[in-house]
Ligand binder design. Structure first.
Ligand code: NDP
Length: 334
């Protein structure tokens, strides 16, 4: 557990961690680093892309032999950075391990503890929630009354997009891969309608049924056949926010897109985006979405697996649709 830390930490101070045998661990003065205990880890689809060299990716691959990196919520154990004290709860990039030594403390953000569950800081109030917020408000150019379609709608990002669109006065339909998820979209997450794309033979006809007048906004999470069918159902001057293409992560063949010509004929704006381009909006996002949550205007569904050893299968489950809501791993509750 602690090997990675011991290997990396210069041994000088006298902090003591009681993990099985008592082991003396140190943070050297002047290192500016922070030792954290990881509480919750985030499983996100982009992590699959970091498992191979992928030309065109926006993030470098994982380094074999080093702990997997990902977003987490953690407790500060010891700190040589004056901005962090022992006991602080932080979120940011950490390792898939029980304890991490963070040398670049700019990657950490202190969390004010209130009645919002800590794990939501890697979901609703973390990167996925922010992706939904920035993608919907900054890329989709939404107007009241717009007809919005969201794929992977019950997931970490999709469930927030749908709820933000409803708060904006839009008509919202989501697609998901099981009956249970479709029910959640309609009963708990407030979507106007939802369907199970795995039960549909002809996605083009299905979308025509849910959007007889066409789609103004498509929030794209999956790519492939769904995107191709959506292209046939967009309205003139529609917007497609390309957030992700989860169906393409492990796929190296044809992407199945044949209908791009409609971008021209219907003057559609299709724009990819990465949430980190909008980080200046993060404080506003936390304020707005935090308030919506406290006022009961937004709910969040999480799927929590327990124990660090459950993390690999939890991550793999994102690509088979095993997760119901935001997938997190609970390493420790305190
Ligand atoms: P989710 O919580 O939605 O989990 C992934 C879901 O995708 C699964 O539950 C499954 O749901 C669906 N899925 C898996 N494989 C396929 C497939 N072959 N075809 C269709 N659907 C599939 O993930 P997130 O909400 O975290 O991420 C959603 C998308 O947003 C991803 O593409 C991700 O890469 C992207 N993203 C982009 C960011 C950006 O800055 N651009 C930032 C964060 C995420 P189901 O059962 O419904 O099929």
């Amino acid at each position: 557990i602690l090997k990675g830390y011991i290997d990396r930490a210069p041994l000088e101070s006298d902090m003591e961690l009681n993990v099985g045998n008592k082991i003396k661990l140190k943070i050297s003065k002047g290192s500016n680093s922070v030792l954290i205990k990881n509480l919750y880890l985030s499983c996100d689809p982009y992590m699959r892309g970091r498992m191979r060299e992928f030309y065109g990716s926006y993030i470098p691959p994982f380094v074999p032999g080093k702990p997997i990196e990902g977003f987490g919520v953690s407790r500060v154990i010891d700190s040589d950075d004056p901005n962090f004290q022992s006991g602080d709860i932080v979120s940011g990039m950490t390792g898939w391990e029980e304890y991490s030594l963070i040398e670049d403390t700019k990657k950490l953000r202190k969390i004010q503890q209130d009645d919002i569950p800590l794990s939501y800081h890697i979901g609703l109030l973390g990167m996925p929630g922010f992706t939904a917020y920035a993608g919907f408000h900054e890329v989709c150019s939404p107007k009241e009354g717009d007809r919005v379609f969201v794929s992977a709608a019950s997931g970490a990002v999709g469930q927030i997009v749908g709820q933000l669109a409803k708060l904006h006065g839009c008509y919202v339909v989501g697609s998901a891969g099981t009956k249970e998820k479709v029910n959640l979209l309609k009963t708990k997450l407030g979507f106007d309608d939802a369907f199970n794309y795995k039960e549909e033979q002809h996605l083009d006809a299905t979308l025509k049924k849910y959007f007889p007048e066409g789609i103004d906004i498509y929030f794209e999470n999956v790519g492939g056949a769904m995107l191709d069918a959506v292209l046939l159902n967009m309205r003139v001057h529609g917007r497609i926010a390309v957030c992700g293409m989860v169906s393409q992560h492990s796929y190296r063949g044809e992407d199945g897109i044949h209908n791009l010509f409609t971008l021209i004929s219907r003057r559609i704006r299709m724009q990819g985006f990465i949430q980190s381009d909008y980080l200046h909006l993060f404080p506003k996002f936390v304020e707005h979405v935090g308030a919506y949550y406290k006022q009961g205007k937004i709910v969040y569904i999480e799927d929590m697996s327990v124990g660090l050893e459950s993390a690999p299968s939890a991550l793999a489950g994102l690509f088979t649709g095993k997760n119901v809501g935001k997938q997190v791993v609970c390493v420790s509750r305190n």
